[in-house]
Write a protein that binds this ligand. Structure first.
Ligand code: SF4
Length: 154
Protein backbone atom coordinates (compact mmCIF):
# COMPACT_ATOMS: atom_id res chain seq x y z
CA UNK A 1 0.00 0.00 0.00
CA UNK A 2 1.20 3.54 -0.76
CA UNK A 3 2.52 5.66 2.08
CA UNK A 4 0.73 8.82 3.16
CA UNK A 5 2.69 12.02 3.75
CA UNK A 6 1.42 15.23 5.32
CA UNK A 7 2.18 18.12 2.92
CA UNK A 8 1.88 21.90 3.30
CA UNK A 9 -1.17 22.68 1.20
CA UNK A 10 0.48 25.72 -0.43
CA UNK A 11 3.22 23.50 -1.89
CA UNK A 12 0.54 21.50 -3.68
CA UNK A 13 -0.84 24.64 -5.28
CA UNK A 14 -3.67 25.47 -2.91
CA UNK A 15 -4.03 29.24 -2.29
CA UNK A 16 -3.60 29.06 1.47
CA UNK A 17 -0.84 31.59 2.11
CA UNK A 18 -1.31 34.76 4.15
CA UNK A 19 -1.72 36.80 0.97
CA UNK A 20 -4.06 34.31 -0.69
CA UNK A 21 -1.40 32.93 -3.00
CA UNK A 22 -0.02 29.40 -3.41
CA UNK A 23 3.54 28.12 -3.62
CA UNK A 24 2.99 25.25 -6.04
CA UNK A 25 6.24 23.35 -6.22
CA UNK A 26 6.79 21.09 -9.20
CA UNK A 27 9.69 19.34 -7.49
CA UNK A 28 7.35 18.34 -4.69
CA UNK A 29 4.70 17.11 -7.13
CA UNK A 30 7.31 15.14 -9.10
CA UNK A 31 8.70 13.62 -5.91
CA UNK A 32 5.25 12.56 -4.70
CA UNK A 33 4.53 10.92 -8.05
CA UNK A 34 7.93 9.26 -8.29
CA UNK A 35 7.76 7.88 -4.75
CA UNK A 36 4.08 6.95 -5.15
CA UNK A 37 3.29 8.86 -1.97
CA UNK A 38 -0.26 9.90 -1.13
CA UNK A 39 -0.22 13.59 -0.10
CA UNK A 40 -2.45 14.69 2.75
CA UNK A 41 -2.71 18.49 2.34
CA UNK A 42 -2.88 20.63 5.46
CA UNK A 43 -2.58 24.33 6.16
CA UNK A 44 -2.21 24.66 9.93
CA UNK A 45 -3.08 28.36 9.87
CA UNK A 46 -6.34 27.72 8.02
CA UNK A 47 -7.05 24.73 10.28
CA UNK A 48 -6.75 27.16 13.21
CA UNK A 49 -9.61 29.13 11.70
CA UNK A 50 -7.52 32.06 10.54
CA UNK A 51 -8.85 33.82 7.44
CA UNK A 52 -7.21 33.93 4.03
CA UNK A 53 -5.86 36.44 3.30
CA UNK A 54 -4.58 37.19 6.78
CA UNK A 55 -1.93 39.35 8.30
CA UNK A 56 1.66 38.18 7.89
CA UNK A 57 3.32 36.76 11.00
CA UNK A 58 6.81 36.24 12.39
CA UNK A 59 8.49 35.19 15.58
CA UNK A 60 9.57 37.88 18.02
CA UNK A 61 10.99 35.42 20.55
CA UNK A 62 12.47 31.99 19.81
CA UNK A 63 10.96 29.63 17.26
CA UNK A 64 8.22 27.02 17.05
CA UNK A 65 9.89 24.78 19.59
CA UNK A 66 10.01 27.68 22.01
CA UNK A 67 6.32 28.39 21.38
CA UNK A 68 5.42 24.74 22.05
CA UNK A 69 7.29 24.83 25.36
CA UNK A 70 5.79 28.17 26.35
CA UNK A 71 8.97 30.19 25.91
CA UNK A 72 8.52 31.77 22.49
CA UNK A 73 6.21 34.16 20.74
CA UNK A 74 4.79 34.48 17.24
CA UNK A 75 3.02 37.73 16.38
CA UNK A 76 1.47 39.50 13.43
CA UNK A 77 3.41 42.34 11.84
CA UNK A 78 1.10 44.75 13.70
CA UNK A 79 2.00 43.04 16.99
CA UNK A 80 -1.01 40.81 17.71
CA UNK A 81 -0.09 37.65 19.70
CA UNK A 82 -0.60 34.48 17.65
CA UNK A 83 0.70 31.64 19.83
CA UNK A 84 -2.77 30.31 20.58
CA UNK A 85 -4.05 29.94 17.00
CA UNK A 86 -0.70 28.64 15.80
CA UNK A 87 -0.69 25.96 18.49
CA UNK A 88 -4.31 25.09 17.70
CA UNK A 89 -3.47 24.68 14.02
CA UNK A 90 -0.45 22.57 14.84
CA UNK A 91 -2.55 20.22 16.98
CA UNK A 92 -5.13 19.97 14.19
CA UNK A 93 -2.40 19.07 11.70
CA UNK A 94 -1.08 16.41 14.07
CA UNK A 95 -4.55 14.97 14.45
CA UNK A 96 -4.91 14.71 10.70
CA UNK A 97 -1.47 13.11 10.42
CA UNK A 98 -2.51 10.46 12.92
CA UNK A 99 -5.89 9.83 11.27
CA UNK A 100 -4.19 9.44 7.88
CA UNK A 101 -1.35 7.33 9.27
CA UNK A 102 1.40 9.74 8.21
CA UNK A 103 4.88 8.91 9.46
CA UNK A 104 6.39 11.72 7.40
CA UNK A 105 5.66 15.33 6.56
CA UNK A 106 6.91 17.64 3.81
CA UNK A 107 6.49 21.25 4.89
CA UNK A 108 7.15 24.71 3.49
CA UNK A 109 10.52 26.10 4.50
CA UNK A 110 10.71 29.37 6.49
CA UNK A 111 7.00 29.58 7.33
CA UNK A 112 6.27 30.37 11.01
CA UNK A 113 4.03 27.30 11.08
CA UNK A 114 5.74 24.99 8.61
CA UNK A 115 9.44 25.99 8.56
CA UNK A 116 11.80 23.05 8.97
CA UNK A 117 15.30 24.56 9.12
CA UNK A 118 14.81 28.33 9.10
CA UNK A 119 12.27 30.88 10.30
CA UNK A 120 12.04 34.66 10.53
CA UNK A 121 12.53 36.14 13.97
CA UNK A 122 12.03 39.88 14.07
CA UNK A 123 13.77 41.17 10.94
CA UNK A 124 16.21 38.28 10.58
CA UNK A 125 16.15 34.82 9.04
CA UNK A 126 17.51 32.42 11.65
CA UNK A 127 17.84 28.67 12.23
CA UNK A 128 14.67 27.27 13.77
CA UNK A 129 11.42 25.43 13.16
CA UNK A 130 7.80 26.44 12.75
CA UNK A 131 5.19 25.69 15.40
CA UNK A 132 3.60 22.79 13.51
CA UNK A 133 6.98 21.31 12.65
CA UNK A 134 8.00 21.34 16.31
CA UNK A 135 4.82 19.54 17.37
CA UNK A 136 5.06 16.94 14.60
CA UNK A 137 8.71 16.19 15.39
CA UNK A 138 7.86 15.81 19.08
CA UNK A 139 5.17 13.31 18.04
CA UNK A 140 7.78 11.21 16.20
CA UNK A 141 6.90 12.29 12.67
CA UNK A 142 9.85 12.73 10.32
CA UNK A 143 9.66 16.25 8.83
CA UNK A 144 11.52 17.55 5.81
CA UNK A 145 11.11 20.65 3.68
CA UNK A 146 10.82 21.02 -0.07
CA UNK A 147 14.48 22.06 -0.02
CA UNK A 148 15.51 18.68 1.42
CA UNK A 149 14.28 16.64 -1.52
CA UNK A 150 16.96 14.56 -3.25
CA UNK A 151 18.95 16.41 -5.88
CA UNK A 152 17.92 14.03 -8.65
CA UNK A 153 14.27 15.00 -8.15
CA UNK A 154 14.83 18.77 -7.87
S1 SF4 B 1 0.75 27.64 7.20
FE1 SF4 B 1 2.01 26.18 6.06
S2 SF4 B 1 0.56 25.29 4.58
FE2 SF4 B 1 -0.39 27.16 5.35
S3 SF4 B 1 0.20 28.70 3.84
FE3 SF4 B 1 1.71 28.78 5.51
S4 SF4 B 1 3.38 27.44 4.79
FE4 SF4 B 1 1.59 26.99 3.55
Amino acid sequence: MSETVLVSACLLGLPTRYDGSAKRNQTVLDWLAREKMIPIPVCPEQLAGLPTPREKTRFCLGDGRAVVTGNGAVITFSGQPMNEPFLRGAHMALRIARIAGCQRALLKERSPSCGVHQIHCNETMVAGVGVTTALLVDAGISVQSEEDLPADTR
